[in-house]
Each structure stands twice: as C-alpha cells, then as structure tokens.
Design a protein around this ligand. Structure first.
Ligand code: NAD
Length: 481
C-alpha cells in the first residue's frame, strides 16, 4: 500500500486528524494506497508555513526564482518514467499518453514560466503636456490557492503552481483526491530543486473539506481553479464576497464543425483524437461533431471504421490507445448517458459497451462510443459527459451550424475544418468560446490566453495573462513639472 502525505513546509506529514481516504487503481478497481483526508487544521498549518515563506520568496531575485523553476522542470524530465507510471496507475490513462503528454507538459509548464517571468514587464505612460509619468508595479499577491481536477493531474496542477511561484507568491495546492499520486511526487522534486520551505504546500483531501477550507480562508488572496462548472459556482459563491481574485476553468461541450471543403484525411485523423484522447476526458475534446450534409455518410462510415480500430486495454500496455475511465462513479455517470440513447431519436452507431479486459476484470473500460443525434437540443448535446462518447449530426448551412454550435451553456473551445479562408475567419469571430482551432486540434502555445466564456469559466490562464492574475497592479503617477 502506498501512503501519500501532505507536503507542508518542505516536510511530508500525516493529516492532523489522522484521517485517510482510499486511493483506487481504475485499471482493475483495487485500492492500492491511501491519501490524507485533510481538514481546516491542515490548511491553516500550511497557510502559516506559506505566510512565513512569503517575505523571503517574494524578495528573491527573479533570476534565482527562475533558476529554481528550471531545475524543477529538468528534474521532472529526469523522472519521466516514475511520474508517468504514477499518473497512469492513478488515472487509468495509457502509459504512452502520460509519457508523451502529461509529464513532458508538466516540465514545460515550469520551464515556460521560469523563462516568462524574466520577460514579464510593467508599463509606463508619459503625458508630456501635463508633465506626468505613470508607471505600474506588479506585486505578488501573497498566499494563493490552486485547485485542480483529475483528468490531467500533474499537467493542470503545475499549469497553476508554476506561474504562481514564478510571480513570487507562496502556494497552497490541492490536487484531485481521485488522482493525488504525482502531486505527492512533486514535493520531493521541489525539495531537490532547492525550493525554499513553505513556498509550495500540497494538501490532499476532499473538495468539500480541504478544498472548501482553502477557498474560505480569509487570508488566501486568490483562487485558481480548474474543475466542474457546479464546483465553480460553489467557489464563486464563497470567494467572490471575500473579494478574492478568481480564475475559473470549467466544463465544456465543444463543437467540431466539419465542412466538405476541408482536408479530409487530416480532419479524420484529428477528429478521432479530439473525440477520444484520454478516454474523452479532456475539457477540450470536441464532443459535438457537426458534418456538412454532402459528406455526412462518407464521414460516418470512415469515422466508425477508424474508431473501431482503437485498442481498448490496460493502461500499462504500450499498445493501448483507450485506457480505463478514472473512477467507478465517473464510469457509471458516463454509462447513464449511454443508457439514454434512443429515447430522443438518437441512434447508437458504434460502441457503448463495457469492455472486459483480461486480468483487469474490475477496471472501468468502455468502447469509444458514437451516437447520431437528431437535434442539438437533446441532453447528449447539451450536457458535459466527459467520457469517450461523441455525437454526430449533419448540417445544411453555415448559419444553422453556427447557431447550433453556440446553442449550449458552455463556451470553452471549438474546431472548424475548412479550406475557405473567409469562412474560417467568420466562424473564428462568431463562435462563442475562448479558443478556436482551425484545421487542427489542441495545438497549444503556452504564450496564448487559455480559458472559456459562459459556463466554461472566468478569466484566462497562460502566458502573461496568468502572471497578471497572480500579481496585484499598482499605478504610480509622478508629476515632474
Ligand atoms: P470537480 O469540480 O469535481 O473537482 C475539481 C477539484 O475541485 C478537485 O480537486 C476537487 O477536490 C475540488 N473541489 C470539489 N469541491 C470543492 C469545493 N467545494 N471547494 C473547493 N474545491 C473543491 O471536477 P473534476 O470532476 O475533478 O474534473 C472534471 C471537470 O473539470 C470537468 O467538468 C472538466 O470539463 C473540467 N475541466 C476543465 C478544464 C478547463 O481548462 N476548462 C480542464 C480540465 C477539466
């Protein structure tokens, strides 16, 4: 049994009340470890450590902060196999995905913000006629909270921690209680890299206890949260009256719009990925596929053919393309959506079945699932499933598909496949979301703003946007007459 601990003030500690949660391996449904079920007392203890560390960390020269972040990045690279195995075991994702995507991206997050902070500037504005010069200072906020979900555990946790630390803040982080393992390993790496004690504290436990204690803490200045829209609402309700800075990256139900004039082969390969990567458990997955009517039948046949070749299997197998879903509860939620197919005129085209994997009988495996729907207003198109389930439907006109793409409460990302420049510019402008991909999917440049509109969130991460979030701006006006 692996017993994970909280990382507070550079030390690995048991939860103060000595309460623990089971940690499951979704590939076979077994309990393989325990994690702290932390409470308010643990958060308060971490806060004291972070507060004490802040004075020194916020005054540490940028070059030194940057060097420590770069060191963390290279230590993550050095431990690629260890991190990837832990991530795959905890989350059920294929080991190949953890090695290719999750862990390298966690290292990139530290490397990127280690460099970005050295280029982060403030502005000055001179008004000659008035003989004034204004300049802007950007101070770190103090102690901040970073709360992350289970789908890309280390990738998303470090996407928050790295900029917060780079900007000179001290952090209390809470990874998802469903996938805590790699966050635990990160503590060890931070000590090795020479991150001073108390600068980063990682608390494990349930959202309603440890998470809620972080967002309610009077002196934690900002909350950077990624997770579900309903949790986002709770966080906003709690933190907004306390005037905390809030960054909320929430759910999505992203359209993938395919026009007949696209580069068909490229679109097909990418659409398989955007539908089912990470078992469809990526907030950016294109779960509503709209296909121009003239190529709908061709697409349907080819898409089913490609998807049927995807290998569902144990995450530890190198050849596996679709691993296990993250937990029993999530598996059952996804299956409950599949059970509704047919009740509203929708038709199961492929998949929708539990997969029994030899020697992994208790695992949460599901065939990738394609459903043809009649209307965008059905539940399957309106609610976030967050699993290996996509819907497809034909469209006749640009105006109709734009209307359907936007007719959903979410607004995270969208993909458009077309070789018509005017059309791609028109859709890029009118799609209601924070990110549009044209003729590609999930190509990420870490300098770009990342986030959603409507129920997909508030604020932007990435590049200088998140460094602005993690700093308080002060303007100074000097009259030099
Ligand atoms: P979740 O909202 O259940 O949990 C996310 C985190 O919040 C966990 O660490 C959890 O413990 C914590 N939490 C729960 N209740 C809390 C509370 N009251 N106070 C403080 N913290 C609390 O989400 P999940 O199921 O882990 O993740 C899946 C969701 O995340 C999906 O909706 C997905 O779309 C979304 N997501 C969004 C993005 C994005 O960038 N927009 C990226 C990844 C995942």
């Amino acid at each position: 049994m692996i017993q994970l601990k909280n990382f507070i003030n550079g030390e690995f500690l048991n939860p103060i009340q000595n309460q623990w949660l089971d940690n499951y391996n979704p590939s076979n449904g077994s309990v393989y470890g325990q994690l702290p079920n932390s409470c308010l007392k643990d958060v308060n203890f971490a806060y004291e450590a972070a507060k004490k560390a802040f004075e020194s960390w916020s005054n540490t020269p940028i070059e030194k902060r940057s060097a420590i972040l770069l060191k963390i990045a290279s230590l993550i690279d050095d431990n690629l196999d260890r991190f990837a195995e832990a991530e795959s075991k905890d989350n059920g994702k294929p080991i190949s995905v953890a090695k290719r995507l999750d862990v390298p991206r966690a290292a990139s997050n530290f490397r990127f913000f280690g460099h970005a902070i050295t280029q982060f500037q403030s502005e000055s504005h001179e008004t000659k006629s008035e003989k004034t010069i204004n300049y802007t200072l950007r101070h770190p906020l103090g102690v901040v909270g970073c709360i992350s979900p289970w789908n890309l555990p280390l990738y998303l946790l470090t996407w928050k921690i790295a900029p917060a630390l780079a900007a000179g803040n001290c952090v209390i982080a809470k990874p998802s209680e469903i996938t805590p393992y790699t966050a635990f390993l990160l503590g060890e790496i931070c000590n090795k890299a020479g991150l001073p004690k108390g600068v980063l504290n990682i608390i494990h436990g349930k959202g309603a206890n440890a998470g809620q204690a972080i967002i309610e803490h009077v002196h934690i200045k900002a909350i950077s949260f990624t997770g579900g829209t309903e949790t986002g609402k709770i966080i906003a309700r709690t933190a907004a009256p306390m005037f905390k800075k809030l960054s909320l990256e929430l759910g999505g139900k992203n359209p993938n719009i395919i026009f007949a004039d696209c580069d068909y082969e490229k679109m097909l390969i990418s659409t398989v990925k955007s539908s089912f990567s990470n078992q469809g458990q990526i907030c950016l997955c294109g779960s509503r596929i709209f296909v121009e009517a003239s190529i709908f039948d061709r697409f349907k046949t080819d898409f089913i053919k490609c998807v049927s070749k995807l290998i569902v299997g144990p995450p530890s197998n190198k050849s596996t393309q679709i691993g296990a879903l993250v937990s029993k509860a999530h598996y059952e939620k996804v299956l409950s959506f599949i059970d509704r197919v047919g009740s509203d005129g929708s038709k199961l085209l492929y998949g929708g079945k539990r997969v029994h994997v030899k020697d992994h009988e208790g695992g949460y495996y599901l065939t990738p699932t394609i459903v043809q729907v009649e209307s965008n207003s059905c539940q399957l198109n309106q609610e976030e499933i967050f699993g290996p389930v996509v819907t497809i439907m034909p469209f006749e006109s640009e105006s109709k598909v734009l209307e359907m793409a936007n007719d959903v409460k979410y607004g995270l990302s969208a993909t458009v496949w077309t070789n018509n420049l005017k059309r791609s510019l028109f859709f890029s402008e009118h799609l209601e979301c924070g990110i549009v991909w044209v003729n590609t999917w999930m190509q990420r440049d870490l300098r770009t703003p990342f986030g959603g509109v409507k129920s997909s969130g508030l604020g932007r991460e990435g590049g200088f946007e998140i460094l602005r979030f993690f700093t308080e701006t002060k303007n100074i006006c000097i009259n030099y007459k």
